[in-house]
Design a protein around this ligand. Structure first.
Ligand SMILES: C[S@@+](CC[C@H](N)C(=O)[O-])C[C@H]1O[C@@H](n2cnc3c(N)ncnc32)[C@H](O)[C@@H]1O
Length: 232
């Protein structure tokens, strides 16, 4: 699928009424068969896609399902809670049978078990700190085939997604800067979703940000940092 066709397909998803509807419709429209969800938690998103997208042939699920010393976010629960979360994820994705490949580990530990250029669609929803989103996009992009889609969650207009003891979320603007480095368009969708459209090999493609919500302003951080400083 060429970039302009993918831009049209993805932009049209903006009218849908939930994050799951957006990505299930995307997977069906681009006929994605090999998928990755990076950051699975209880498996609710994966379960929804498995139910809504019958053409899925392989679905990689990456998550360490363990407490991480270096991850300062509210989802970083105890090992005991993660054990239960993992069991729930396995139960929810059982409907996928052997189409589901669970890779238990951090992105750095396990993503190279996925062959380069093999994914039609990858969904990044793991560690949203600057460190996390940098690693996830840099490591996941080569796994997506030319013409495929790298989507993700938590492209929040503010970096202050959680209370002040937690690291800020830097999916926005990092994903846009990453897309720029690849000459790839980035589409902002409702519900804080983003999609990077990987060009075909040899295809002329230029970086642009298409904001289907019309609500995102400048990607500079200075105003957000200043606002936070004035509150403390
Ligand atoms: C927001 S939750 C994912 C929610 C899930 N995508 C959904 O829609 O239901 C974030 C997940 O990212 C995982 N995670 C955190 N750091 C990670 C890392 N370095 N590599 C892979 N996954 C990570 C956590 O264990 C957690 O389950």
């Amino acid at each position: 699928m060429t970039i302009s066709k993918n831009v049209a397909i993805i932009s049209e998803l903006a009218h849908l009424s939930s994050r799951v509807d957006i990505w299930a419709s995307c997977v069906n429209k681009i006929d994605a068969r090999t998928l990755l969800e990076l950051g699975v938690w209880r498996g609710e998103f994966a379960e929804s896609l498995l139910k809504a997208c019958p053409a899925i042939e392989r679905f990689y699920l990456i998550d360490p399902w363990r407490n991480l010393d270096t991850w300062n976010k509210p989802w970083n629960v105890t090992d005991e809670t993660f054990r239960l979360v993992y069991e729930e994820a396995l139960n929810r994705t059982r409907i996928g049978g052997d189409r589901c490949v669970s890779l238990r580990g951090t992105t750095m530990e396990v993503i190279d078990e996925i062959p380069d250029g093999s994914l039609d669609f990858a969904y990044v929803d793991g560690d949203h700190t600057l460190r996390g989103i940098s690693i996830d996009l840099i490591k996941a992009y080569p796994k997506v085939r030319p013409g495929g889609i790298l989507g993700g969650d938590d492209y929040t207009p503010t970096i202050w997604q959680h209370s002040e003891e937690f690291e800020p979320s830097l999916v926005c603007p990092f994903a846009a800067y990453f897309a720029e480095s690849q000459n790839a368009p980035l589409i902002i969708l409702p519900f804080s979703q983003f999609a990077i459209l990987k060009p075909l090999e040899g295809e002329m493609s230029t970086f642009q940000v298409i904001d289907t919500t019309g609500t995102y302003g400048s990607r500079n951080l200075i105003s957000q940092v200043k606002r936070r400083e004035s509150q403390t």
